[in-house]
Design a protein around this ligand. Structure first.
Ligand code: KIV
Length: 284
């Protein structure tokens, strides 16, 4: 295991052509396992709204909810970079509010924060980076804007949209981001962005010509049985967990769990004493 990964290490990785691997993490064990696997970055994503809380979108997620899960990830003390997502309305209202909210998560142990949006939020990003808060951008599909976008639709399908995405990436770079997530965007546009900026691009559903990749941990482990189309499942934990829980329930009902090796006894002498005591004790 090497030393702690910081935002500038992401930029170094792009320079030397080393791919960056990220995954979302919401719990102590998510973080522990991902770190053990050598993952470079952990995002405490607002996707927790769906995969942890069961909300229909990321819009209801609060700063307190992200902080709760951030605390668990920080407690794992990972070598990986910890990025805390800024939920909807925690950074858009004013620069002051954005700095205060992002700053709270940095004080808790996040190494950086992530905000959704491009050109339209570049001034907010600049305010954050100016006070020393490392920021990861997020362009292409912005789930926090799905109402305006007419759903979770593929971005960069026409030249005008592609140009807007590329200009957004450049504006974010100017504002001081150390990396940019590109979500559900045509691969050629993601590749153009990757060529156009010095900071690394971390893609999700935006092709292979990026500097790194990120997936939601519940999707790649197959806990979520209906992930987005761009996900590759590396395990089928939904069915494995289902089988394990069903077998546990069956064993308890049949009386075969716990078994002798999962139970602990008192010595014969002490048991005799206890029985004697119970015999001599009046019960109502
Ligand atoms: O919240 C999240 O998990 C994300 C990733 C999809 C990048 O923003």
């Amino acid at each position: 295991m090497g030393s702690k990964i910081y935002p500038h290490d992401f930029v170094k990785k792009k320079k030397i052509g080393e791919k960056i691997v990220m995954v979302t993490a919401y719990s102590y064990y998510d973080a522990l396992l991902a770190d053990k696997a050598g993952i470079d970055g952990l995002l405490v994503g607002d996707s927790l709204g769906m995969v942890i809380m069961g909300y229909p979108s990321t819009l209801p997620v609060t700063l307190d909810e992200v902080k709760h899960h951030l605390r668990a990830v920080v407690n794992a003390r990972p070598r990986a970079l910890i990025v805390a997502d800024m939920p909807f309305l925690s950074y858009e209202v004013s620069k002051d509010e954005a700095i205060r909210n992002a700053g709270e998560m940095i004080k808790m142990g996040a190494d950086a924060v992530k905000v959704e949006g491009g050109l339209e939020i570049s001034e907010i990003v600049e305010a954050l980076t100016k006070v020393g808060i490392p920021v990861m951008g997020h362009i292409g599909l912005n789930p926090q804007r799905y109402l305006m976008l007419g759903g979770y639709k593929l971005r960069g399908k026409n030249a005008e949209d592609a140009l807007n995405i590329i200009e957004s990436a450049k504006a974010l770079q100017e504002a001081g981001v150390f990396s940019i997530v590109i979500e559900y965007t045509t691969w050629q546009v993601a590749a153009e962005v990757t060529r156009a900026v010095r900071v690394p691009t971390i893609c999700i559903g935006a092709g292979a010509e990026c500097d790194g990749q990120i997936l939601v941990i519940h999707d790649l482990l197959g806990i979520n049985p209906t992930p987005p189309p761009f996900v590759r499942k590396y395990a089928d934990l939904h069915n494995e967990i289902l089988q394990a829980l069903s077998k546990y329930a069956e064993d308890v009902r049949k009386g075969v769990f716990p078994g002798p090796s999962e139970s602990w006894g008192i010595s014969e002498d002490e048991l005799k004493k206890l029985k004697e005591y119970l015999k001599n004790t009046k019960t109502e």
